[in-house]
Design a protein around this ligand. Structure first.
Ligand code: OAD
Length: 223
C-alpha cells in the first residue's frame, strides 16, 4: 500500500522564523487578552483593538521568511504528491511561501480578510473598512474560539486514510486539532510528534527545534 502522509503543524514550526508562538513565554497570548483578540464576542466589543492586532501581525509576518522546517515539508510534498496533505493551524503564509501547495490552513489566513457576506479578499496591509465587492463590514479571515475550523470534512477523510501522521510544533491543547492524533491512531496510522516538549504519551517523539529535527526526519523518510 502507498504511504499516505498527513502532517499537522502549529506555531512552533514558525518560531525560528521569528513569529512568536501563542502559549510559550513571550508568546502572543501573554500580551493580548485571548477573549478579546480571538473570539467573535471580543471583535463585537472592541473591533478597533482586534483589527489593529491583526493588522500589526500581518505586517510583521511579511518580514519573516520560511525556515528549514517549512522547506523540508514542501520537499516531502514534492515526493509524495497526492499521497500527502499538510494541515496547519498557523495563519502565517510561511508554508505556502516555502512551496507547499496541498495545504489546509484550518484556522484561516492572516493575509486574507472576509466580509460578513463571506467574500474573502487578499490583504497585505490594513484591513479595509468595507468589502470592495459588496460594501459589507469586514473581519480578519481567522477562525476564532467558538468558530468551526475550515475544511473539516476533507481533514477528517485524510486522517482516516493516512498511515503516517506527524504533528509538529503544536502544544496540542486546542481542539479539534488536538484530537487528530487519536483519529489517525484509531485508523491504524503511525503517529509521530516533533516538538520542543512532549505533548502526549504513547506517540513516537522526536525532541528539538523544528529547524533542526524536521529536515532530518524528512530525509529519513526519503531514504
Ligand atoms: P502553542 O503556542 O500553543 O504551542 C507551540 C508549541 O511549539 C509548544 O509545544 C512549544 O514547545 C513548541 N515550540 C516552540 N518553539 C519550537 C521550535 N523552535 N521547534 C519546535 N517546537 C517548538 O501554538 P499552537 O499549538 O499552534 O489559534 O496553538 C494552537 C492554536 O492556538 C493556534 O492556531 C491559535 C491559538 O489559539 C488561532 O489563532 C485560531
Amino acid at each position: 500500500m502507498n504511504q499516505k502522509i498527513v502532517i499537522l503543524t502549529g506555531a512552533g514550526i514558525s518560531a525560528e522564523s521569528g513569529i512568536p508562538t501563542f502559549r510559550d513565554s513571550g508568546g502572543l497570548w501573554e500580551n493580548e487578552p485571548v477573549n478579546i483578540v480571538a473570539t467573535p464576542e471580543g471583535f463585537e466589543a472592541e473591533p478597533k483593538r482586534v483589527i489593529t492586532f491583526y493588522d500589526n501581525l500581518r505586517k510583521s509576518v511579511q518580514k519573516c521568511e520560511p525556515n528549514a522546517a517549512h522547506r523540508a515539508i514542501a520537499k516531502l510534498e514534492e515526493k509524495f504528491g497526492d499521497d500527502f496533505l499538510l494541515i496547519t493551524q498557523n495563519v502565517d503564509d510561511l508554508h505556502q511561501r516555502a512551496g507547499s501547495k496541498r495545504v489546509i490552513p484550518m484556522h484561516g489566513e492572516l493575509l486574507k480578510v472576509r466580509c460578513f457576506n463571506d467574500h474573502v479578499i487578499p490583504c497585505k496591509e490594513n484591513q479595509p473598512e468595507k468589502c470592495p465587492q459588496c460594501g459589507a463590514k469586514m473581519r480578519p479571515h481567522i477562525v476564532w474560539f467558538g468558530e468551526v475550523p475550515l475544511e473539516m470534512e476533507r481533514i477528517q477523510e485524510a486522517l482516516m486514510q493516512c498511515n503516517l501522521f506527524a504533528y509538529i510544533g503544536t502544544s496540542g491543547v486546542v481542539y479539534p486539532a488536538a484530537g487528530f492524533r487519536q483519529i489517525a491512531k484509531r485508523a491504524g496510522a503511525r503517529v509521530v510528534c516533533l516538538n520542543l516538549e512532549r505533548v502526549a504519551n504513547g506517540d513516537e517523539f522526536i525532541q528539538g527545534k523544528a529547524g533542526d529535527i524536521v529536515p532530518k526526519w524528512v530525509d529519513s523518510l526519503n531514504g
